[in-house]
Design a binder for this molecule. Structure first.
Ligand SMILES: NC(=O)c1ccc[n+]([C@@H]2O[C@H](COP(=O)([O-])OP(=O)(O)OC[C@H]3O[C@@H](n4cnc5c(N)ncnc54)[C@H](O)[C@@H]3O)[C@@H](O)[C@H]2O)c1
Length: 295
């Protein structure tokens, strides 16, 4: 465990002591893209903090393994497999959530991936797919949760309701080889701010988390050969020539003031802040979780 991770875990311990039932006690949270990486870390952390978690992912097998891990630790979770871009997905996910847990407090639109190419060689359909995964899918899911979150019923007034959409430094600043991903991740910010304005009067908060370099398969060496298959396309993941995350030192990430990449758990901690009542007066914000990169 790194020193930063040890400090994070100590803080979680202190929070648990001051909130014995957890910061999300009794609440229901949907996390898409929760089978691995930052989404998995969110699902596990939210469950530790007392949430009933819907672990959703394209990879249903891995999602089920996360559910087992949560249950083993005494938490509550269900798995819902599926592709966020599928026409019937929003209904399937929301129905499964409401059938199991009766309500929805938190939605984290985490599912996503990169499909890097220089702009002039990016096929049109790959550009469209990036918009579909990162913009259309969250839009359709937010629309589907509307009847459960966008309530003016006075009994819901005091309920925590929080939506978190995921962006990237590429969306805020652009990035070579990522015209498709950067465009989509910039769109996330506009979607978030609009939901914050339209649903704020109903007591719903909506925020963006923009990650920098977090150690997941998206940011590991492309040479490791990880791929994802979406809409019938097999897409290679990773950064060419990156080496292993473990070897990443400050010399290799000179643009990150903290001198290191972040862990999925550090990414999840930022999401917990925005998901919980700790951020009860924060809406429409873009929280950059980047170790200071891009300032
Ligand atoms: N890792 C980083 O440094 C970084 C930086 C900026 C933004 N992000 C964003 O954070 C989010 C999580 O990424 P990660 O790094 O944890 O990646 P990851 O590959 O470890 O996890 C992403 C998960 O999303 C799932 N997923 C992808 N497409 C899906 C689809 N169409 N339907 C359902 N599930 C799907 C994958 O199966 C996977 O389990 C993504 O939106 C990504 O764009 C990550």
């Amino acid at each position: 465990m790194s020193a930063a991770q040890a400090r994070l875990s100590a803080v979680s311990g202190q929070l648990s002591a001051s909130h014995p039932q957890g910061l999300l006690a009794g609440q229901t949270a949907i996390v898409t893209g929760a089978a691995q990486g930052i989404g998995r870390a969110c699902a596990v952390l939210f469950a530790q903090e007392g949430a009933k978690v819907v672990v959703s992912d394209l990879d249903e097998g891995k999602a089920k393994a996360v559910v087992e891990e949560i249950k083993k630790a005494g938490g509550t979770a269900i798995a819902v497999g599926g592709d966020v871009t599928a026409d019937d997905f929003p209904k399937k996910l929301v129905n499964a959530t409401v059938e199991s847990f009766g309500e929805i407090n938190i939605l984290v639109n985490m599912a996503g991936f990169t499909a890097d190419r220089m702009l002039h060689t990016t096929p049109d359909d790959m550009f469209e797919l990036m918009l579909k995964v990162h913009n259309t899918a969250p839009f359709r899911l937010i629309k589907e949760v509307a009847p459960h979150m966008r309530s003016k019923d006075p009994k819901d007034r005091n309920k925590n309701r929080s939506i978190i959409n995921i962006s990237s430094t590429s969306g805020l600043h652009g990035n070579v080889g990522q015209a498709n991903y950067a465009t989509a991740k910039a769109g996330v910010v506009g979607l978030t701010k609009t939901v914050a304005k339209e649903w704020g009067p109903f007591g719903v908060r909506c925020n963006t988390v923009a990650f920098g370099y977090i150690t997941t398969r998206l940011t590991q060496a492309k040479e490791l050969g990880e791929t994802i298959e979406v809409n019938g396309k097999k897409i290679p993941l990773g950064i060419p020539g990156r080496g292993s995350h473990a070897q990443t030192d400050s010399d290799r990430v000179p643009d990150i003031p903290l001198g290191r990449p972040g862990s999925p758990e550090e990414g999840a901690a930022a999401c917990l802040f925005l998901a919980s009542d700790l951020a009860s007066y924060v809406s429409g914000h873009t929280l950059e979780v980047t170790g200071g990169r891009g300032i």
